[in-house]
Design a protein around this ligand. Structure first.
Ligand code: SF4
Length: 432
C-alpha cells in the first residue's frame, strides 16, 4: 500500500501528527491483535480531532471482520480498504473509489510499486495468499479467502530486484508457504521456487528463508533442496499448535506428538544443524491437564531452538467458539507461562553449544536493547521473532549494516549470543 501511495506522489512520514493522511493497517487474527488495531484507529481519530490528519483510512483484516461497525461507529474514518481492495488503495485514499469489498481476490506482483518497510538488508516476500485448511480456532481463511499462489517468475523477479538493491536476506511468507504452487498445478512448488531463488546470480551472497510451514507438507524434496543449496537457510518454522492427538483432532488439524517427533528427527537427519521453530497454543477448549502435560513432555523431547506460545483467544466467528470445555484466562496464562519457562531453559542450554565457535552472521546495526552495542543474526535467527547476537568487540573494519561477517561467540544468554565480530566475511572473503 505504501509503495502504491508513494508511486502516486504521496510522501511517507514517521510522524503521524504531521500527516495529511493516515492509513491504519489492521490485524484481526486474535482478540489482542483486534484490540491493538482498534487502539491504533482511536489514536488516529484523536489526532484527526486535533486537526491532523485531514483523512483517515482503515485497511486490513479488521475491515473484513468489522467493516460495517467501523463505518457506523466511527464517522471520522473516510475510507475502508479490505484485503481485496489493496490494489485500489490510492483511489480509496483519494476518495475516488467504489465501496470496499467489491474487488476480486487480490495478489500483488513484482511490478506493484513497493516501499520496503524493513531495514535495507532484509525483506519479506509474500508468495501466496489465503488458506485451504480449516483449523477450528482460526478465522484467516474467512478473512483472506482461498489459497492462491503468485506466479513463480513474479516472485523470482521480485527477489532478484531486492538482491540487486542490496538486500542480503529474503524471507518468504504466506499463511501456508508449503502449499505454494498447488493451485498452479506445481508439485513440490516451494522446493522448485527455493531452488530457483538459490541459483539467482546476486551481486553479493545472500540468504533465503521461508516461514510458516505446515507439518503435513515437509516433503523429502523440500528437505533435499534445503540441503543442496548453501544460500537456503537451514531453518524450519513449523507451527504445530499442540502435541495431544485428541486436542489436535478437536482443532481440526490432525497429527500427534509422536508423528511430529518423527518429523523433527527426519529433519535433523536430513539437515544437520537445522534450527527449528514452532508455535503452540495452550488453553484450547477441552484441553485437560493430561493434554497439557503431554505438550510439556513433547516440548522437552523436541528441543526446539525457538518457540512461540499463544493462549487460546475466543473468537465469535471461529468454529471453536461453539466448543465446550472453555478454560478461564488465569489457567491459560499459567499454562503459557509454564511452557515459556521450560523453553527458556531449553534455549539457554541449546545456545551454550555455540560458545567459542566462529559463525557467519548478518550485521544488523545498533542493538534493539542498547545503543552501546551492535547486533547481528545467525542464519538460525529469523528477523524480529528470534534472539540475536550482540557484538561487544570488533576486530578490523568497523561493522556496517548488511555485511556478512564472522562472529566468535564469547558468551550465551537465554535467547541471545554475545561475541566478537571478526574481519573475515561469511562467504570466506575479507569483509567489504
Ligand atoms: S493453517 Fe494456519 S492460516 Fe490456515 S487455518 Fe490453520 S492456523 Fe489458520
Amino acid at each position: 500500500m505504501m509503495g502504491q501511495l508513494v508511486a502516486h506522489g504521496h510522501r511517507p512520514t514517521a510522524h503521524p501528527e504531521q500527516a495529511d493522511l493516515i492509513v491504519v493497517n489492521t490485524c484481526a487474527f486474535i482478540r489482542p491483535a483486534q484490540e491493538e488495531s482498534v487502539e491504533a484507529i482511536l489514536e488516529a481519530v484523536r489526532l484527526k480531532h486535533s486537526g491532523k490528519p485531514k483523512k483517515l483510512v482503515v485497511a486490513g483484516c479488521l475491515v473484513e471482520r468489522f467493516g460495517e461497525e467501523i463505518r457506523r461507529e466511527l464517522p471520522e474514518v473516510d475510507g475502508l480498504v479490505g484485503v481485496n481492495d489493496v490494489g485500489r488503495v490510492v483511489e480509496i485514499c483519494e476518495g475516488r473509489a467504489a465501496p470496499a469489498g467489491t474487488g476480486g481476490p487480490y495478489l500483488y506482483s513484482h511490478v506493484t510499486p513497493r516501499l520496503q518497510a524493513t531495514p535495507a538488508h532484509y525483506a519479506y516476500i509474500k508468495i501466496a495468499e489465503g488458506c485451504e485448511h480449516t483449523c477450528a480456532f482460526c478465522i484467516i481463511p474467512r478473512l483472506r479467502g482461498p489459497f492462491r499462489s503468485r506466479p513463480l517468475d513474479s516472485i523470482v523477479a521480485e527477489a532478484a530486484g531486492l538482491f540487486a538493491r542490496g538486500v542480503r536476506e529474503i524471507n518468504l511468507v504466506a499463511q501456508d508457504t508449503t502449499a505454494y504452487g498447488e493451485d498452479l498445478g506445481l508439485k513440490d512448488g516451494l522446493a522448485t521456487l527455493l531452488a530457483r531463488l538459490a541459483c539467482l546470480k546476486t551481486p553479493r551472497p545472500g540468504w533465503v528463508r521461508f516461514l510458516y510451514a505446515h507439518p503435513n507438507k515437509i516433503t523429502d524434496r523440500l528437505l533435499e533442496t534445503l540441503a543442496a543449496h548453501p544460500a537456503l537457510v537451514r531453518y524450519l518454522d513449523i507451527p504445530l499448535q499442540h502435541a495431544s492427538a485428541r486436542l489436535l483432532r478437536r482443532m481440526r488439524r490432525g497429527g500427534s506428538g509422536r508423528i511430529y517427533l518423527r518429523l523433527i528427527e527426519k529433519i535433523r537427519r536430513a539437515l544437520p544443524g537445522a534450527a527449528l521453530r514452532t508455535s503452540l497454543m495452550v488453553g484450547f477448549p477441552g484441553e485437560t491437564q493430561a493434554d497439557f502435560d503431554e505438550l510439556v513432555r513433547f516440548v522437552e523431547a523436541a528441543q526446539f531452538d525457538h518457540l512461540g506460545v499463544f493462549g487460546y483467544s475466543d473468537e465469535e466467528t471461529s468454529a471453536s467458539f461453539r466448543l465446550d470445555g472453555k478454560l478461564d484466562g488465569r489457567a491459560i496464562y499459567n499454562r503459557k507461562r509454564g511452557l515459556l519457562a521450560l523453553q527458556r531453559r531449553i534455549s539457554r542450554a541449546r545456545l551454550r553449544q555455540w560458545l567459542g565457535r566462529e559463525v557467519p552472521v548478518l550485521v544488523e546495526g545498533p542493538s534493539r536493547e542498547t545503543d552501546l552495542l551492535w547486533q547481528a543474526r545467525l542464519p538460525s535467527q529469523a528477523p524480529e521473532i528470534d534472539g540475536v547476537c550482540l557484538i561487544n568487540d570488533v576486530r578490523g573494519t568497523p561493522p556496517r549494516r548488511g555485511e556478512l561477517r564472522r562472529l566468535r561467540v564469547t558468551a550465551t544468554h537465554d535467547y541471545d549470543l554475545v561475541g566478537t565480530l571478526l574481519e573475515e566475511s561469511a562467504d570466506g572473503k575479507p569483509a567489504r
